[in-house]
Design a protein around this ligand. Structure first.
Ligand code: ATP
Ligand code: MG
Length: 277
């Protein structure tokens, strides 16, 4: 059974704007899934269907095989943690610490457990020093981390991150990749995220969905999706620069193994030059 599944999911906004067209999506346990697509493709709308913020206009969203209902909505929200694209939609407490504590407190956990979870989450996203600051006076990237910490502290089984790297500095992006991989590896969390930064995908995703105008136009492993540059270009997306370079060298006769991540590309190049990785 899949943790999240959509069947023939359609979503129409008031004013007759169809944002999602007949989407079939699955998130198996422990997967790291990226959803990519141009502005307006429907990523945020899809994510809001995953935890019952939006109710499908038609079709189904199944959580552990069960449709979302009024009765199980609370359970669903505990199971699927969604970090909004815009942190201002999520942050409202007077201090960072209180804000991150809000979710776990609502789960009915005791004070000590909440305190422990809050500090663990703050540490994980690297903002322990901001614990006593006023969230609304933080920078964009700092707020983003607060929002992520707030959801991580609830320890959902599925973590859904809408554009988690947007607005983070280069080190912040690297740290976030490590956080996602750590949550997946150590805690077996399932992570679904959207991003416009295709270069991070090979480092942090097992499977990709490519969206355009509310439809999935491609899906597959990193290798499968990034081996279709024309299709990606037709929906305003690019293959990351590293695999693009390696592919171009291979096509011009350089004896290399195809590689998508930095580590694999380095290995392939060293090997091609007869050096030990
Ligand atoms: N509240 C709304 N009312 C009407 N239409 C909306 C509303 N919110 C979004 N839309 C439309 O739904 C479509 C999908 O929007 P959505 O925000 O899901 O895209 P997205 O892929 O997340 O884009 P971005 O990369 O810019 O975040 C767009 O055409 C958008 O204009
Ligand atoms: Mg969006």
């Amino acid at each position: 059974m899949h943790l999240i599944e959509t069947r023939d999911l359609c979503y129409v906004y008031p004013g007759n704007v169809t944002a999602l067209h007949h989407l079939d999506f699955v998130a198996p346990r422990n997967a790291r899934i990226a959803v990519i697509g141009a502005n307006g493709a429907g990523k945020s709308t899809l994510f809001k269907c995953f935890n019952g913020i939006f109710t499908p206009t038609s079709g189904q969203v199944l959580i552990r095989g069960e449709p979302i209902t009024r009765e199980n909505l609370r359970e669903v929200r505990k199971f699927v943690g969604l970090v909004f694209q815009n942190p201002d939609d999520q942050i409202f407490s007077p201090t960072v610490e209180q804000d991150v504590a809000f979710g776990p407190m609502n789960l009915g956990l005791d004070e000590e457990t909440v305190h422990h979870r809050v500090h663990e989450a703050l540490q994980l996203v690297g903002i322990e020093d901001l614990a006593h600051r006023v969230p609304h006076h933080l920078s964009g990237g700092e707020k983003k981390r607060v929002a992520i910490a707030g959801i991580i502290a609830m320890e959902p089984e599925v973590l859904v991150l809408d554009e988690p790297t947007a607005g983070l500095d280069p080190r912040g992006v690297r740290e976030l990749i490590d956080v996602i991989n750590n949550l997946s590896r150590t805690f077996g969390m399932t992570v679904i995220f959207s991003t416009h930064d295709v270069s991070v995908i090979p480092e942090v995703a097992d499977y990709l969905y490519v969206m355009a105008k509310g439809r999935f136009v491609a899906q597959g492993t990193v290798e499968e999706v990034f081996s279709q540059p024309e299709l990606l270009a037709s929906v305003r997306l690019d293959v990351p620069v590293l695999p693009r370079l390696i592919r171009s060298l291979i096509d011009r006769g350089v004896p290399l193994r195809m590689a998508y991540t930095y580590a694999k590309a380095e290995e392939a190049l060293l090997e091609a030059y007869g050096k030990k990785p």
